[in-house]
Ligand binder design. Structure first.
Ligand code: PEP
Ligand code: MG
Length: 540
């Protein structure tokens, strides 16, 4: 038996079979070609191989999992032979001269996009996912990329060296019992994503990875930060019982789903959720969120070769505010850069990307692209209670420049006769500079939200992604707490609401302190909502 220690990102216990994750660095760029017949041939060959693969998988699935589970592979074969899909590929190659992989990508997106417009229908939504799956399979064949998670009829414990945020959102999380990575730190974006899935997760785990671990039984005890590989029968029994008791406790928390978040003396806090997608919004709502305190819109921009269009973003934001009805939805404009890179924005390599051309700096540097998002946000704000929030602010001048762009967008939309709403405008306080001048910033905006992840990283000058710093990082450092206090005081003086949306918001040892400071909102990942509500309700 092997036992290794790691840092818990999401508590829980998982028992199952190990699956090693290997990286597939698949970039699909819109390169054009002169030799269209060579690209067409590549497509036909890719399609042929994908069809053979699906046939094989269908057979395997019948043996391993049953006829019903195998049907998905039959459905995928039908998509592969859809004449309309092929027509789009042909047009993109023969007429627009795109390379085969990109043409297939565009065809998949076109088919999925038509279906996603009827996004509220779960059947159609699944079909959109199927189109994307099939097109990615063909692209992998065109590029000769090895298949990952080929046929997981049973959910697995996923072991990886490290995962990027894009890789994490690309995984089929319903097939994953637990994530365990050797790299990573608890405040990284990958960890934040894993936490939002509610799957027991360990990072910075002290173990050697090898393909020999594939298929072995493991217990991930993310309550105590350990993974046990090849456990004894006795340990299996003990941990199965502990798992059942933990799940029972979690079940009991559901009593708090419909309750108000109020202390015994009557102080009410808005308890909101941090999300990165519409699925996240739905989960948050189902788990009793009183709002969305942080919608990380940049996740819409990852894992794709081109930026989402205005219409696509409008549909997502409109659906988010519509789903949340009269509850506030704070959408943060894209925070691309640092660990969340996209090729199509063609930013240069930076030595210190976390302190580079990222977040609002990128928005102000590329106003055309940024204004597409602002247009989508303004239009969607007509359908619900929206707050637009800007990341990584360091000066009042930046806020002035943002208002100027917002004004231009607003005028444009009105001139076009578009319906727009009146969203609240807020900023993240996540740089020491913003906290120090929060008195000036508070006069410019409608609300503040404190991003303690970056605020801690920049105040302590400690990379939030670096696991080797875990022994140095003090989450409760007086310098960070003083900056939080300054920010809250500035917000109170200007009579604007202030929330916390960084990971510290979920720290139960600080809940009483935050409430006494006068924090108006705590926004945490969905799996942490109910235990935090229970904690707040138990306070005087
Ligand atoms: C933060 O920095 O605290 C924050 C909430 O933003 P992100 O984690 O996305 O950087
Ligand atoms: Mg941040």
């Amino acid at each position: 038996m092997i036992t290794a220690k790691g840092n818990t990102v999401q508590p829980g216990i998982a028992i199952g079979t190990i699956r090693m994750y290997h990286k597939t660095d698949l970039q699909i760029l819109p390169d054009k070609t002169k030799d269209t017949s060579a690209e067409w041939k590549k497509y036909l060959q890719g399609k042929k191989e994908a069809a053979a693969q699906l046939k094989k998988m269908e057979k395997l699935a019948v043996q391993k999992a049953g006829r019903e589970e195998s049907m998905i592979f039959g459905a995928h074969q039908m998509i592969l032979s859809d004449p309309h899909f092929e027509e789009i590929v042909k047009e993109k190659i023969k007429e627009e001269h795109f390379n085969a992989a990109y043409a297939v990508y565009l065809a998949g997106e076109a088919m999925a996009g038509d279906l996603a417009a009827i996004e509220e229908d779960p059947y159609m939504k699944d079909r959109a996912v199927d189109f994307r799956d099939v097109s990615m399979r063909v692209i992998r064949r065109i590029r000769h990329v090895k298949e990952e998670m080929e046929i997981s009829s049973k959910p697995v414990i996923l072991l990886a060296d490290d995962l990027t945020p894009s890789e994490t959102i690309g995984l089929h999380t319903d097939k994953i019992l637990s994530f365990v990575t050797v790299g990573g730190s608890t405040d990284s974006h990958t960890a934040i994503l894993a936490r939002s899935f509610g799957i027991p997760t360990l990072v910075n785990t002290e173990m050697e990875l090898s393909d020999d671990l594939n298929g072995k039984t493991a217990i991930v005890d993310a309550l105590n930060g350990t993974i046990m590989i090849d456990p004894t029968e006795e340990q299996l029994q003990k941990m199965t019982a502990q798992k059942a008791s933990y799940e029972k406790q979690q079940e009991e928390l559901k009593d708090f789903a419909g309750r108000e978040t109020t202390t015994k003396s009557g102080r009410t806090i808005r308890l909101s959720a941090n999300v990165g997608s519409l699925t996240g919004v739905r989960k948050a709502l189902a788990n009793g969120a009183e709002g969305i305190g942080l919608f990380r819109s940049e996740f819409l921009y990852l894992n794709r070769p081109v930026a989402p269009t205005e219409e696509e973003q409008f549909t997502v934001y409109k659906t988010a505010v519509t789903l949340m009805k009269d509850k506030d939805v704070i959408i943060r404009t894209l925070d691309i850069g640092a660990d969340k890179k996209v090729d199509y924005l063609q930013t240069s390599e930076e030595e210190n990307p976390a302190m580079g051309l990222r977040a609002i700096r990128l928005g102000l540097d590329r106003p055309e692209a940024f204004m597409v998002q602002l247009r989508a946000l303004y239009r969607a704000s007509a359908f619900g209670k929206m707050g637009i929030m800007f990341p990584m602010i360091t000066s009042t001048e930046e806020v002035d420049r943002i208002f100027h762009l917002m004004d231009t967008v607003k005028k444009e939309l009105v001139a076009e006769g578009r319906e727009i709403g009146e969203p609240k405008v807020g900023i993240m306080i996540e740089t020491p500079a913003a906290a120090v001048i929060s008195d000036q910033l508070a006069k410019q905006v409608d609300f503040f939200s404190i991003g303690t992840n970056d605020l801690t990283q920049f105040t302590l000058a400690m990379d939030r992604k670096n696991p080797e710093l875990s022994g140095f990082r003090n989450e409760h450092h007086t310098a960070v707490l003083r900056l939080i206090e300054m920010t809250v005081q500035s917000a109170k003086e200007a009579r604007i609401p202030v929330g916390i949306c960084g990971e510290l918001a979920a720290d139960p040892s600080l809940t009483e302190y935050f409430i006494n400071l006068g924090i108006d909102e705590l926004s945490v990942s969905t799996p942490g909502l109910l235990s935090l509500r229970k904690r707040i309700c138990s306070l005087e």
